[in-house]
Design a protein around this ligand. Structure first.
Ligand code: NI
Ligand code: MN
Length: 228
């Protein structure tokens, strides 16, 4: 399995037969080196509805005839846009042709601006556990630190955790280090930093601190991949 970082919280997970996009915010993403038109996928997994995560979902799902996997409310929003979708909710798992997905809690918001500019609330935000080809990936989405990460770590052997470090809207680096202690992943990829001024953080500083906690932290530039 291969994970390619697309900048911000967006990544592409490639299994032998499937391309999964998580939080495909490409257009307008200052950290991305990609064009949404060049990306192919058959599933799109969304942690929550904020524009920097929902991103290019509508265009990508339509062009690729991809299925959007998201919480019930956000999947319902996708339904109104004519997108194929599979609704789930926190604590639930489901099997897909590529493997298994479970939604976890995340402490954050989830909305998109409606026609009058007021937010349309899109249910609870989530983290995503993906189990495929014998490996487990945890994408935390946008969240603050929470103690139940201990439970996620106890119940899963996480090969790669993608954790936000940008602060302001999510965990900052210090809390992300605590998250590593709770989750005990083999590898960590920092996400959700440097895209906008309020979330400017040095990922290498975070990586050094994580390495001191005996977790291999990997800072990826947009377009770089790791094999899991
Ligand atoms: Ni958000
Ligand atoms: Mn965000």
């Amino acid at each position: 399995m291969k994970i390619t970082f697309l900048g911000h919280s967006a990544c592409l997970v490639e299994t032998r037969d499937h391309h999964l996009l998580i939080d495909p915010f490409i257009t307008g993403n200052s950290m991305s080196t990609f064009q949404a038109d060049d990306i192919s996928c058959d599933f799109i997994l969304l942690t929550h509805g904020h524009a920097d995560h929902f991103g290019d979902t509508e265009a990508l799902a339509k062009r690729n005839d991809a299925t959007v996997i998201a919480n019930f409310e956000l999947a319902g929003y996708c339904e109104t846009k004519g997108l194929k979708n599979h609704p789930m909710h926190i604590g639930g798992s489901a099997s897909f042709p590529f493997g298994e997905v479970k939604l976890t809690i995340a402490h954050h918001g989830s909305s998109l601006p409606g026609p009058d500019g007021l937010p349309i609330y899109l249910g609870e935000p989530a983290g995503i556990l993906i189990k495929a080809e014998g490996k487990t990936i945890y994408h935390a989405g946008d969240t603050g630190l929470f103690l139940d990460m201990q439970l996620i770590g106890q119940m899963n052997t996480i090969d790669v955790a993608l954790l936000p470090i940008g602060d302001n809207f999510t965990m900052g680096p210090e809390d992300a280090l605590k998250a590593i202690e709770f989750l005990r992943p083999k590898k960590v990829i920092p996400i959700h930093y440097n895209t906008f001024p309020p979330i400017e953080k040095d990922p290498n500083e975070f990586a050094q601190a994580a390495n001191l906690c005996n977790t291999e932290a990997i800072v990826l530039e947009s377009g770089q991949s790791i094999e899991v």
